[in-house]
Design a protein around this ligand. Structure first.
Ligand code: 5RP
Length: 247
């Protein structure tokens, strides 16, 4: 497979153009009458702006958001944002990702919204992932895996994470995420995030399973079996990945 090099990312304005291109391609899948899940992050922001533009031009959609940040942007752009309890079944969610592999397994949570993102994606018939092609990797793990945990007993939870990782042959530093001013970073749900720099995750399913069993872990950023399609934007245009068909 072709994987973009980890170094030399495009300059910031070219990167924004790629995100917008991926977001614009996802709009093709949105029809009037749909209930649309809004992801979180800079690429999801591009989608929200483009969706709002189309809504102002007459497209009728209702949305459910995965973060306070996306809710604020969507409402400022004039979109109708309902709660997930008001609209518990969504047609499609469009969201970004931190890493994607060929099997459409994702690492998400760089923006801290992983819990609501996973709930919203799970409540959706389809999840379309939009990103620049630099996010495509041969093996997940270059991006530190966000693990959302309750604040109670975070040191003990971290020790359990270390043990679970070691059993799977994984190492690397784990750090409680901080804000730019050095305070603990709290998610919209009032939890902490531990970023685990595994380097490589050869068996994402096994890791997901092990993390799901640790008391205190609310959720992790491995999104497996959720993405229906990944739209990758590169300098030469967009390409779409779909899940491999079972043999
Ligand atoms: C937020 C996420 C984002 O989708 C992910 O971090 C990608 O963000 P960006 O589009 O800014 O690169 O998972 O929790």
């Amino acid at each position: 497979m072709i994987e973009a090099p980890a170094t030399n990312p495009p300059p910031a304005d070219a990167m924004e153009a790629l995100k917008r291109r991926a977001a614009a391609a996802a709009l093709d899948s949105i029809q009037s009458g749909m209930i649309v899940g809004l992801g979180t992050g800079s690429t999801a922001d591009q989608f929200i702006r483009l969706l709002a533009e189309k809504a102002r031009a007459g497209l009728k959609v209702r949305t459910v958001s995965s973060s306070e940040r996306s809710t604020t942007l969507a409402r400022a752009e004039g979109l109708d944002v309902a709660t997930l309890d008001e609209l518990p079944q969504l047609d499609v969610t469009v969201d970004g990702a931190d890493e994607v592999d060929q099997q459409l397994r994702l690492i998400k949570g760089g923006g801290g919204a992983l819990l609501r993102e996973k709930i919203v994606a799970t409540a959706s018939r389809r999840m379309i992932v939009i990103c620049d092609e630099g996010k495509l990797v041969a093996e997940l793990g270059r991006f530190p895996l966000p693990i959302e945990v309750v604040p109670f007993g975070v040191t003990a939870i971290r020790a359990s994470l270390d043990k679970a990782a070691a059993r799977l042959g994984l190492g690397g530093a784990m750090a409680v995420r901080q804000t730019a001013t050095g305070e603990p970073y709290y998610t919209d749900g009032g939890h902490l995030i531990i970023d685990a720099s595994f380097g490589r995750i050869p068996d994402p399913e096994a890791l997901a399973d092990a993390l799901d069993r640790i008391p205190g872990v609310v959720l992790h950023g491995l999104f497996i079996g959720l993405a229906s399609e990944v739209i990758l934007a590169g300098a030469d245009g967009v390409r779409r990945l779909t899940p491999p068909q079972p043999a």
